[in-house]
Design a protein around this ligand. Structure first.
Ligand SMILES: [Zn+2]
Length: 171
């Protein structure tokens, strides 16, 4: 991935006519909504975007985004890192009629042809859509305080139960 900071103002209609590709990153200071929606953005987001026309001649933007945030686990209330990754495809529309005529699997991006677009906004929108409805650690990774909790963290690593112990009892 490129270290190029994605521009704050582009003309997606012109880029679609030129079949342009844009690849780069979105720095933390441009991800304030994502930062507020989570326990904090961990690193710059990466995105690769392609502008062009679909089979029906519509101007479209498609792309992939990824980023990483801290979330608060709803089960144990401890923060954990969560990787965000998503892809999207949107048609550029400038009135309601165009938006209504789109097939249901194609999202719309409402923008006037001469209106500049901040790329960071669509990247951030997509990253927000990648947030889980219910944020929890993967199974078994919650740090729930058990009755052994305090000792466990200082003492020896917990030994996995030996399946052959059962056999010993049988003798
Ligand atoms: Zn947890």
């Amino acid at each position: 991935m490129s270290n190029f900071e994605l521009p704050a103002q582009i003309n997606p209609y012109a880029l679609a006519d030129k079949m342009s590709e844009l690849e780069g990153e979105v720095s933390l200071d441009r991800l304030s909504r994502l930062d507020e929606a989570t326990e904090g953005v961990i690193r710059t987001a990466q995105a690769s975007l392609s502008f062009g026309r679909d089979a029906s001649g519509r101007r479209v933007v498609s792309g992939q985004v990824d980023g990483a945030v801290n979330l608060l686990c709803q089960r144990c209330l401890k923060p954990f890192q969560y990787e965000l990754a998503g892809s999207f495809k949107m048609a550029l529309v400038y009135n309601d009629e165009m938006a209504r005529s789109l097939p249901t699997d194609l999202d719309s991006l409402l923008l006037l042809p001469d209106q500049p677009l901040d790329v960071a906004q669509i990247v951030e929108d997509e990253l927000l859509l990648c947030l889980p409805m219910h944020a929890v650690h993967p199974d078994g990774e919650c740090q729930i305080e058990t009755q052994f909790g305090a000792e466990e963290s200082e003492g020896e690593p917990e030994k996995a139960p030996n399946p052959f112990d059962v056999l010993k009892d049988l003798k």
